[in-house]
Design a protein. Structure first.
Length: 337
């Protein structure tokens, strides 16, 4: 796969104020989501959950790519059409979560590394043949007393770089996601310090592996106070710290940056995205790759009942519209009415 093709895929994903829908919940996460609305996590219920969002009319006006979970790749909508084909017909690029989740890091209590490199290249080649054109891998970094350790940051960065290299080798654009968790009582300053350090090391490792940065997307946490911090930063402070962090750690040639919502409420995530984009940070396009912050409110309306689908999809459209406005720095709270 040549550089231009990777670049062109990345450009189609980071385009026209659109964002990425993270519909890649693992089995345990999907179970948690469905049980929260009183549904059992059966394959059919998970299929209906995906269908609710992927068949929303006009989704292509707001969403340029959808990250799928392996199960969803082979599922069909109610008319018998594969979800992948449905997305492609709408001009939405299908992608795939390829990591296998986190495990405890040996000799490092409270720290995690992500697994899934074994057999990854073969899986990526298979996904490419199926029509998927981007992938995602998540690492998690916890802030705490004496955490994160340099060992944990470096090991996760090396794994992310290996994953990105293999993705590009298979002709697939990697989304690299080093998530700095919201858990903890750390302040905004500490969050900025750690996020900057993590991103610097991740990009050092990516360069070491000769990963093409203009054929790669960064999925990052916002720089935000820990959820148990007594003094919570406001959106303007979050935006300033986040842009400062990126300017100190992210190379200019990276094709785009998308945010994870990371435990923020739907409105919080949108408000903070808006504040970041109001600063108009060149040289990157900055967008969203939300899961729960896009789907959560609709899920509570749907509760597995067919008579609620239309209302739930309207709520999903409202969230997409709000985040599109936030990508332009034009979101206002009145849009939630």
């Amino acid at each position: 796969m040549n550089e231009e093709t990777l670049q062109s895929i990345a450009k189609k994903i980071i385009t026209d104020y659109k964002g990425i829908l993270a519909a890649d919940e693992s089995m345990p996460t999907a179970k948690k989501r469905l049980e929260s609305i009183g549904l059992e996590s059966t394959e059919e219920n998970r299929r209906q959950y995906r269908e609710l969002f992927l068949t929303t009319e006009g989704i292509e006006n707001y969403i340029s790519g959808v990250i799928l979970f392996d199960e969803t790749v082979y599922q069909k909508d109610s008319t018998g059409k594969l979800f992948i084909e449905l997305l492609k017909e709408k001009g939405i690029i299908p992608g795939i979560k390829v990591d296998k989740g986190t495990i405890d890091m040996p000799l490092h209590p409270e720290e995690k590394i992500t697994e899934g490199l074994d057999g990854l290249l073969e899986s990526l080649k298979k996904y490419y043949e199926l029509g998927l054109r981007f992938s995602k891998w998540r690492a998690v970094i916890k802030i705490g007393k004496d955490l994160p350790t340099d060992d944990c940051i470096l090991e996760n960065a090396r794994i992310l770089a290996e994953y990105a290299y293999l993705s590009q080798k298979a002709g697939i654009v990697p989304i690299v996601e080093p998530e700095v968790l919201l858990d903890g009582d750390h302040d905004l300053e500490k969050s900025e310090e750690i996020t900057t350090k993590v991103l610097k090391i991740v990009f050092e490792e990516l360069r070491e592996k000769k990963v093409q940065l203009d054929g790669l997307i960064l999925k990052s946490s916002m720089v935000i106070s820990g959820k148990d911090c007594q003094i919570q930063a406001n959106p303007e402070e979050i935006a300033a710290a986040t842009i400062r962090c990126f300017k100190n750690s992210v190379p200019a040639e990276v094709s785009g940056i998308v945010f994870l919502s990371g435990g923020q409420t739907a409105i919080q995530a949108t408000t903070n995205l808006n504040a970041v984009n109001k600063l108009n940070p060149s040289p990157w396009k900055i967008s969203f790759s939300f899961g729960r912050a896009l789907q959560g409110p609709s899920l509570e309306i749907w509760v597995g009942k067919s008579e609620n689908i239309s209302k739930a999809q309207k709520e999903f459209t409202k969230r997409m519209e709000a985040n599109r406005a936030a990508n332009k720095g034009e979101y206002i709270l009145e849009m939630e009415q």
